[in-house]
Design a protein around this ligand. Structure first.
Ligand code: ACO
Length: 337
């Protein structure tokens, strides 16, 4: 019998590869300009993984930090969930690869495919295992190496993304803290607006798929933009309603870092002053499922999120999907490793 249904984040970690690619570097690669990228997206630079680095390598580093921050060892983990659109390979999953690297031998492990919403989908999924009483400690990771699936000759997409990983340890927390409300959703009808067409069972890898550049991200930016503008605010409002809260109760809003204009529009919809909004898209670009945990960790590190604060995470992404989560922050201090 469980006595406490409150589930929250007790440890956070994040990692980005060292190499930085600036807009000025991109000017030398495709027909673009720093001014265009900054004005349309807010991005100034992004971090890019080396040739010999895969998603699990970033995920392990973020996970190790999250475990240290939570003060638990890997063998205490019951479950590992990794949200990713860029796994090392089809199988084994990134979750199984990092289960081995972390030596989390007791943990069940699986990947979750929800595009940039993957981390928040993972938080909600992981929390259910704890609420049900089945598990006690769950590691949720959002990790990506988008740079590996970008067409570096396509200026419409290659300027937008970056690599990175973020991780959170979920556990039972004191009553009144932790996840207070959630909202998950999908609009599969719009899935074709953002896809990686080849390499699966629909279009197995062939000389033709390689020649057609079908193993790269294909995106209708305008349609994804319209979708994001619509769902970001709505999803956050629904999660708040689910928690019986209002936008004015929120201390910090942590949106998926895809584009500054999308973030501003969501903040406007929520009537959220920009000083309550966490923004780091300028430094990392869109790191897909890693963006929200990286932004959350930075917000905690720089004191933007403190104990007793009410925060809202909201993401959108490939699928198309959206996900939002309201959390009452329970950690005593900001001394995250
Ligand atoms: N540099 C210079 N010019 C460019 C670039 C570039 N990097 N990219 C596109 N352009 C050009 C276009 O070709 C177009 O030229 P044209 O008018 O001669 O045809 C012009 O700029 C305007 O293009 P738009 O697409 O209308 O520009 P917009 O203001 O819509 O911005 C953007 C494009 C930034 C892609 C925007 O639509 C957007 O952010 N969409 C959402 C994308 C997103 O967030 N995707 C991630 C989803 S999450 C996930 O799961 C991965």
């Amino acid at each position: 019998m469980r006595e406490n249904k409150a589930v929250g984040i007790i440890g956070l970690g994040c990692y980005v590869p060292e190499k930085v690619l600036t807009n000025f570097d991109l000017e030398k690669m495709v027909d673009t300009s720093n001014d265009w990228i900054v004005e349309r997206t807010g991005i100034k630079q992004r971090h890019i993984a080396g040739d010999d680095v895969a998603t699990s390598d970033l995920a392990v580093k973020a996970a190790e930090q999250a475990l240290a921050d939570a003060g638990i060892s890997a063998d205490e983990l019951d479950l590992i969930i990794v949200g990713t659109a860029t796994p090392d390979m089809y199988f084994p999953s990134v979750a199984c690869i990092i289960q081995n690297k972390l030596k989390a031998t007791k943990a069940a492990a699986f990947d979750l495919s929800a595009g940039c919403s993957g981390f928040v989908y993972g938080l909600v999924t992981g929390s259910q295992f704890i609420i049900s009483g089945l598990y006690k400690k769950v590691l949720v990771v959002g990790a990506e190496t988008l740079s590996k699936i970008l067409d570096w000759t396509d200026r419409n997409t290659c300027v937008l993304f970056g690599d990175g990983a973020g991780a959170a340890v979920l556990s039972v927390v004191d009553d009144g803290y932790g996840i207070l409300g959630v909202e998950l959703g999908a609009e599969g009808a719009g899935g074709h607006y953002l896809s990686l067409p080849a390499g699966g069972s629909r279009l197995p890898a062939s000389e033709l798929t390689v020649a057609n550049r079908s193993h790269f991200v294909h995106m209708n930016g305008n349609e994804v933009f319209k979708f994001a503008i619509k769902v970001m605010g709505e999803a956050a409002l629904k999660a708040l309603e689910n928690a019986s809260l209002k936008p004015e109760d929120v201390d910090c809003f942590i949106p998926h870092q895809a584009n500054i204009r999308i973030i501003q529009s969501a903040a406007k919809r929520l009537k959220m002053p920009m000083e309550k909004v966490m923004i780091n898209v300028d430094k990392y670009g869109n790191t897909s499922s890693a963006s929200i945990p990286i932004a959350l960790k930075e917000a905690v590190m720089n004191g933007k999120v403190k104990k007793d604060d009410t925060i809202v995470l909201v993401g959108f992404g490939a699928g198309l999907t959206w996900a939002s989560c309201v959390i009452k922050w329970c950690k005593e201090d900001n001394t995250i490793v």
